[in-house]
Design a protein around this ligand. Structure first.
Ligand code: ZN
Length: 202
């Protein structure tokens, strides 16, 4: 889906919240970077934050899988975003699912203070359960974009990041060896298969 920024916020007043969500490999970070680069091109000042937990790539950079990166500031808690936001027009937040629930009020406050806030994050964890503060962020957003990866099993639009390794913790940083994007149908088939295997072992 093509995203039109002209769809809202046309009364001249600033301050808004956009959420870009989806599974892993859906291109949500690329979409965040695309919007931020366009803003930068128009001489708008841009600042990006990410949770300090996400150290998969390089510290101090939002890096997407195609190495199309923008420098970012790692922060320990959502409250630090308010403290660290400088004299900018646009605030980008990546991997928002890893932030504490306080991120919701932080985004509201930023929008109230006139910032354009663009938030990217995983909508669901590997079990298909809404991830951390993402549902609330989607609810308060002016606009929500849901990106889709392609199901690696059948080619349909994927909706969940299925975990390939046995680990029941919600947070397991990983890449292609740990996760695969699959669609609802293939996810249900996988769950049934796992239940069958568990039964046989009993
Ligand atoms: Zn599928």
């Amino acid at each position: 889906m093509i995203y039109f920024e002209s769809n809202f916020n046309t009364n001249g007043k600033k301050g808004s919240i956009e959420v870009i969500c989806g599974s892993m490999f859906s291109g949500k970070t690329e979409e965040l970077i695309r919007r931020l680069k366009r803003a930068k091109f128009a001489k708008q000042r841009v600042e990006i934050f990410k949770p300090a937990i996400d150290t998969r790539y390089s510290d101090g950079e939002v890096v997407s899988h195609d190495h199309n990166s923008i420098v970012s500031t790692p922060v320990d808690s959502s409250g630090n975003i308010l403290l660290l936001t400088g004299d900018v027009d646009v605030v980008g937040i990546d991997e928002a699912q890893f932030f504490d629930e306080g991120i919701v009020e932080v985004c509201n406050q930023l929008a109230k203070n006139g910032f354009r806030v663009i938030v990217a994050g995983l909508d669901m964890d590997f079990r298909g359960v809404p991830f951390g503060p993402m549902p609330a962020l989607m609810a308060i957003a002016d606009d929500v974009t849901k990106e889709h990866a392609v199901c690696v099993r059948c080619g349909s639009p994927a909706y969940v990041s299925h975990r390939l390794v046995a680990d029941s913790h919600q947070v397991l940083l990983g890449e292609k060896t740990e996760y695969e994007p699959i669609c609802r149908h293939c996810f249900e088939a996988e769950k049934n298969k796992q239940a069958e295997t568990a039964k046989e072992k009993q």
